[in-house]
Design a protein around this ligand. Structure first.
Ligand SMILES: Cc1cc2nc3c(=O)[nH]c(=O)nc-3n(C[C@H](O)[C@H](O)[C@H](O)COP(=O)(O)O)c2cc1C
Length: 389
C-alpha cells in the first residue's frame, strides 16, 4: 500500500490518495471522522482547532461501505480557507496592501521556515510554512484510520497514550486490555491513563501557556494481535521496526523513537533485556517478557509492538524568540498570537496512525494484496504454522 498527501494549511483542502488497500474492508466516513476528532482534542490546543471541525469526504475507492481495491481518495476541507482566498489564491492575483503586509519574511526558530525558504528560493516564507505545518497530519490520520480498519479485520488492535508531558511522568499503565487503556485515555484531556499525573500534566500545560511557553512529551503506541515474522531480517529496507521508527520520526516535532525498554537497554545487562522464549501446547512460542517491544531482527515476535516517540515543545511561542528578518537582515523577536502550547495528546493519535499504516502495509505485502478474506486466511495459516513449528 502507499499514500500521498497534498494540501496547504490554509488552502482549500487536504487530500490523500491511498493505493493498494485490499478489497472487502468495511469503511465509512464515520470511521475516519472518529479518528479525525480524536486528533483535534486535547488540553493545550490553540484556536485553529476550534475553527476546524474536520470531516472527511470519501470520493473514490469505496462503494456501499466496502473498499473496492481501487485507489481511495479522501478529502478534508479547511473551514479557515474562506479567510485566506486572497493570500492563498491559486490563480495569479493582485494582492492588496494588507495582504502584502502578511508576507512572511521572519523565520520562526524551530520551524522549516528558513531552511525551506533557502532550499526552494521562496522570499515569502508562507510558501514553506503552509505545507510544513502539522495541519498535514490530518490526512495522515485519515490514512491511518483506513489502515486501522484493515488491521481490525485481521484481529489486530492499535492503541496509544501519553506517558509524559513537560517532565510530568505517568506511572506505568497497569491496564487489563488495550480496549480498557483506550476507554480510560479517551476520557482524559491529555490521553493519560494515570489520572493523577494527567491533572499535573494539564497544570504544566496551563503554566507553560501562562509563561508564553510550550512543552513537549512522550507518547506510546501499542499494537496487539500481531502475527510472528512480519517484516524481515534479510535486507535493511525490509526491517519493519526501522520503517515504524522512520514513520514516527516523520511526525512534525518528533525527535526520538524507541521500542520496548528502548534507551534503558544501555543501562542494564543483557540477562535483563532479552525476552526468554517459552512454549506451550495452546499458544505455541511466546515470551516471558516484552522488553524489546515486539521486535527481533526487524521482524515481529508476536508479542505486542510497543513504540514510543518524543515530541519537542512546539516552536511557535508567545514568548519572543530571536531571529533575523530575511529582507532587512535586522534581528527581531518573533512572538505569535495563535498556536498550540502543547500538542502531545493530539500527536499520540498521529503516532497511532502512522504505526498502523506501516504495519498494515507490511501485512498486506506479506499475506496477499487483493482481498481482505485472502489475507485473513493466509494469516490463520501462518499462525497455525508458527504454533506447530
Ligand atoms: C499535532 C501537532 C500539532 C502541532 N501544532 C503546532 C502549533 O500549533 N504550533 C507550532 O509552532 N508547531 C506545531 N507543531 C509542530 C511543528 O509542526 C513542527 O515543529 C515544525 O513543523 C518543524 O518540524 P520539526 O519540529 O519536525 O523539525 C505541531 C505538531 C503536531 C504533531
Amino acid at each position: 500500500m502507499r499514500y500521498l498527501t497534498a494540501g496547504e494549511s490554509h488552502g482549500p483542502q487536504l487530500t490523500t490518495i491511498i493505493e493498494g488497500v485490499p478489497a472487502g474492508v468495511p469503511l465509512t466516513a464515520e470511521d475516519i471522522n472518529n479518528e479525525l476528532a480524536r486528533r483535534q482534542k486535547g488540553h493545550g490546543r490553540g484556536r485553529r482547532m476550534q475553527i476546524e471541525k474536520d470531516q472527511v469526504k470519501i470520493v473514490s475507492g469505496v462503494r456501499h461501505g466496502y473498499t473496492l481495491g481501487s485507489p481511495i481518495t479522501l478529502v478534508v476541507e479547511n473551514n479557515d480557507w474562506k479567510h485566506w482566498t486572497n493570500i492563498m489564491g491559486i490563480e495569479p492575483t493582485e494582492l492588496d496592501e494588507a495582504d502584502i503586509k502578511r508576507k512572511v519574511s521572519r523565520p520562526r526558530p524551530g520551524h522549516a521556515d528558513l531552511n525551506g525558504a533557502i532550499k526552494y528560493g521562496h522570499r515569502d516564507m508562507r510558501n514553506v510554512l503552509e505545507r510544513s505545518s502539522a495541519r498535514e497530519t490530518t490526512v495522515r490520520v485519515a490514512a491511518g484510520a483506513v489502515a486501522k480498519k484493515v488491521l481490525s479485520e485481521l484481529g489486530i488492535q492499535v492503541g496509544g497514550h501519553v506517558l509524559e508531558i513537560g517532565g510530568v511522568k505517568a506511572q506505568p499503565a497497569q491496564y487489563e486490555s488495550l480496549s480498557q487503556l483506550q476507554e480510560v485515555t479517551e476520557e482524559s484531556p491529555v490521553r493519560c491513563f494515570d489520572s493523577t499525573a494527567g491533572v499535573k500534566m494539564m497544570e504544566a500545560i496551563d503554566q507553560a501557556k501562562q509563561n508564553g511557553d510550550s512543552i513537549g512529551g512522550i507518547v506510546e503506541v501499542i499494537v496487539e494481535g500481531v502475527p510472528v515474522g512480519v517484516g524481515s531480517y534479510v535486507h535493511y529496507d525490509r526491517k519493519l521496526d526501522s520503517k515504524i521508527a522512520a514513520a514516527v520520526i516523520s511526525i512534525n516535532a518528533f525527535k526520538g523513537v524507541e521500542f520496548g525498554i528502548g534507551f534503558k537497554a544501555a543501562e542494564v545487562p543483557g540477562s535483563q533485556v532479552h525476552d526468554e522464549i517459552i512454549w506451550d501446547e495452546q499458544a505455541g512460542y511466546t515470551r516471558r517478557t516484552n522488553n524489546l517491544g515486539g521486535f527481533e531482527g526487524g521482524m515481529t515476535t508476536g508479542m505486542p509492538i510497543v513504540v514510543r516517540g518524543v515530541m519537542k515543545p512546539i516552536p511557535t511561542l508567545y514568548k519572543p524568540l530571536k531571529s533575523v528578518d530575511i529582507e532587512t537582515k535586522e534581528p527581531f523577536e518573533a512572538s505569535i498570537e495563535r498556536s498550540d502550547s502543547c500538542a502531545v495528546p493530539a500527536a499520540s493519535v498521529v503516532a497511532e496512525s502512522v504505526v498502523a499504516w506501516e504495519l498494515a502495509n507490511a501485512i498486506v505485502e506479506q499475506f496477499g494484496q487483493d482481498r481482505i478474506q485472502l489475507i485473513q486466511e493466509n494469516i490463520e495459516k501462518a499462525n497455525e504454522w508458527a504454533r506447530n513449528f
